[in-house]
Design a binder for this molecule. Structure first.
Ligand code: SAH
Length: 221
């Protein structure tokens, strides 16, 4: 699966993409994670990506031309929404968007190619709406930029892509708050730490008893 993140701070995003599980998945060829600096497509001397809002008011907005030019660079003809395949999606990171959840992520994971646009300052020139398939919020609060939200979206969706997690069963039995399920507690070595022991049943080798204990210890809200 491919993700492209459009941002004025690509190194913030790359720092997360190029470690651990996401890094391994890219090496394996399961994920293709690309970042694009909005400034790269600007033609003026100062590489201007933002400007003041018409009508006045505080702060700056990301300009429309660099965003659309970058989309065209990434998507070619599919930058045009009418020519975009159903498996390619463009989303704005936006605190007013649809709130990310496991269900929203599962729907997103059906795409083959996702482009995420990160806002900064006061947000975007609203004409960008004509190029996007949706707006995603990571929660009911406002951050200074869309980079952390974009990284969160990529991370949540990527771990649903087969081959990304080391073990095929890792995503099984996981906490799914929407479904009212919280995973059972887990322990690793040492068996005793500062007089606190691991529950005996987990050492018993009795797989039926362990499964039963885990079932009881999971919460079904
Ligand atoms: N003036 C805007 C907020 C701008 S915050 C408003 O009132 O809606 C700057 C940028 O950070 C946004 O454009 C968005 O890309 C990102 N951002 C901030 N909070 C976010 C959130 N909860 N979810 C997703 N993106 C967010």
């Amino acid at each position: 699966m491919r993700f492209d993140v459009i941002t004025i701070f690509p190194e913030l995003v790359r720092a997360y993409f190029d470690e651990s599980i996401l890094e391994r998945a890219q090496k394996k060829g399961v994920l293709d994670l690309r970042t694009h600096n909005l400034r790269d497509v600007t033609t003026d001397r100062h590489h201007t990506v933002d400007d003041r809002p018409f009508g006045g008011g505080p702060g700056m907005l990301l300009k429309i031309e660099p965003m659309v030019t970058t989309l065209e660079k990434i998507l070619g003809k599919s930058a045009d929404k009418k020519k975009r395949p159903a498996t390619t999606k463009v989303y704005l990171m936006d605190p007013g968007g649809v709130q990310l959840s496991q269900t929203v992520a599962r729907k997103m994971a059906k795409s083959k190619h996702i482009v995420l646009i990160c806002g900064r300052y006061e947000g975007f020139d609203a004409r960008i709406d004509a190029w996007v398939d949706g707006k995603i919020s990571i929660g009911p609060y406002v951050l200074t930029g869309g980079e952390i939200p974009a990284v969160i979206v990529v991370d949540v969706v990527a771990r649903m892509v087969p081959g990304v997690l080391g073990h095929a069963d890792s995503a099984k039995d996981e906490t799914d708050v929407e479904a009212g399920f919280v995973e059972y507690p887990q322990y690793t070595r040492p068996e005793v730490f500062r007089k606190k022991s691991v529950p005996k049943v987990l050492m018993s080798g009795d797989h039926k008893a362990i499964a039963e204990w885990r079932r009881k210890k999971s919460s079904h809200v």
